[in-house]
Write a protein of this length. Structure first.
Length: 453
């Protein structure tokens, strides 16, 4: 018998033997009432997630029987009843928790298109009423989050009605987020009023006072139904106040910026709202306005970035920050051709800090990205690089972004494992069940609320 023939015969006999053994075990073992624990693994390694992307991307995914990796930190946000991902997440962890695994037998995830849509956080420009057609459009697409800006705000009662209407129509957990920084960047200024800049707060107040301020803001956000605040700014700069970062930064000193950004994030947690540190790996050195154009690349060596710009993010990660926003700046020490939001090396730098939460992009509609890569291309580029959530301030582009992700899957530019990981983290952030959405258990980092001293 030729070696090749002999090998095939032995392989066939082995397969039959394994199948018979499995059948006997299945027959003789009583069903478990809960998912069993598996050995721990690197949460970034999702080799256990198969099937290949040659499946119908718009149709239902096949039933999967596998052990699903736990990534990290659960949810406390509002929940709703609805489709597969509607069950609330059960796992929570305080601080930067370690990952684990849990079996998910006979698991059927959402379709590829639905998982792609769950990664999207989109704005609904100038919409003030939940009956506006664009609300139904983006929710039918299946977006994972809604971003509110000043154009969505008229009064306190109106915002409450809008958010309640969005959640009711979604029929599943969904993130509702705002930009509510100290100072000039405020989604809800018409309700909350004006406040001093982060720079002034750090100059005039103690960290405890900033924490108390953030707690007051968080309590109001929570009352309005908002569960994620895209703040604090953890960037370093003492440049002109009106630059793109300017006085939004607490300080140019890494230790001071870290202390005050951490106090702000703690205050948010005390008031029941998650926070997002931005703009990783630090945007304070940039002076160009990325809303309109690509900024000049940052040429600072990586070893310097690690002990300066990155330090506040490192400390926030250690504290349990659940979300980090990536910026659209190029760093020659990481990637000469791609901004951080699209660069695998930038996401690797973030994960190397121990971050196991949700990495989101700044808005992909900004000129620094959109003038080079349209939504159809930038969405899959970002997820393939390591993004879990894709921010776009105009939901008109949600379908294009979703379709870009599905198309990239079909062309082998994006793996199903990476898409499932991103969707799972976003579903967990919304307070849903990532296991039923993507066949992955997720435990997100969490800053524990503590009493003010």
């Amino acid at each position: 018998m030729h070696d090749r023939t002999r090998a095939w015969v032995l392989f066939a006999l082995t397969v039959v033997g394994v199948a018979l053994t499995g059948a006997i075990v299945w027959i003789t073992t009583p069903p478990s009432t809960s998912a069993g624990a598996d050995t721990a693994r690197d949460p970034r390694s999702l080799a256990a997630l198969a099937p290949a992307s040659n499946l119908n991307p718009l149709g239902p995914s096949p039933t999967l029987a596998r052990s699903a990796p736990t990534i990290t930190a659960g949810g406390t946000g509002p929940t709703a009843t609805g489709p597969a991902d509607a069950s609330p997440a059960t796992a929570t962890a305080t601080g930067a928790a370690a990952a684990g695994t849990a079996a998910v037998p006979d698991c059927a995830p959402l379709s590829l298109a639905q998982r792609a849509a769950r990664t999207l956080i989109v704005g609904i420009p100038d919409v003030k009423d939940p009956t506006d057609p664009i609300v139904k459009t983006v929710l039918d697409i299946g977006v994972g989050g809604i971003f509110l800006n000043p154009g969505n705000v008229e009064s306190e009662a109106q915002v409450i009605r809008l958010v309640k209407g969005i959640r009711a129509q979604a029929g599943r957990p969904i993130v509702v987020t705002v930009d509510e920084e100290p100072g000039r960047v405020s989604s809800l200024g018409d309700i909350l009023g004006t406040s001093r800049s982060a720079r002034r707060m750090a100059n005039e107040d103690s960290p405890a006072e900033v924490r108390a301020y953030a707690r007051t803001v968080a309590l109001e956000l929570s009352r309005l139904g908002i569960d994620l605040n895209l703040a604090p700014v953890a960037d370093l700069t003492d440049g002109p106040y009106d630059e793109i970062i300017g006085d939004r930064s607490f300080s140019a000193d890494p230790a001071i910026a870290s202390e005050y950004a951490s106090a702000f994030a703690q205050g948010m947690a005390d008031g029941g709202v998650r926070s997002a540190a931005k703009h990783f790996p630090g945007q304070g050195r940039a002076t160009d306005d990325i809303h309109f154009e690509a900024a000049a690349p940052i040429t600072t060596p990586l070893d310097v970035l690690r002990v300066t710009d990155v330090r506040p993010f490192r400390d926030l990660v250690r504290a349990g920050i659940p979300v980090v926003m990536m910026n659209h700046i190029r760093y020659t020490a990481l990637d000469r051709n791609l901004p951080a939001s699209l660069s695998p090396k930038a996401y690797a730098l973030l994960r190397d800090l121990g971050f196991q939460g949700v990495a989101i992009t700044d808005s992909l509609g900004m000129g620094a990205v959109n003038l080079t890569w349209g939504f159809f291309d930038s969405a899959p580029m970002a997820v393939a690089a390591g993004a879990d959530g894709l921010l776009a301030t105009d939901g008109f582009f949600a379908e294009e972004m979703r379709d870009g992700l599905v198309d990239a899957m079909a062309k082998g530019k994006l793996t199903e494992s990476r898409l499932s990981e991103a969707a799972a983290r976003m579903v967990a952030l919304a307070g849903g069940n990532p296991r039923t959405a993507a066949c992955i258990d997720v435990v997100l980092p969490r800053i524990a609320p503590t009493p003010l001293s």
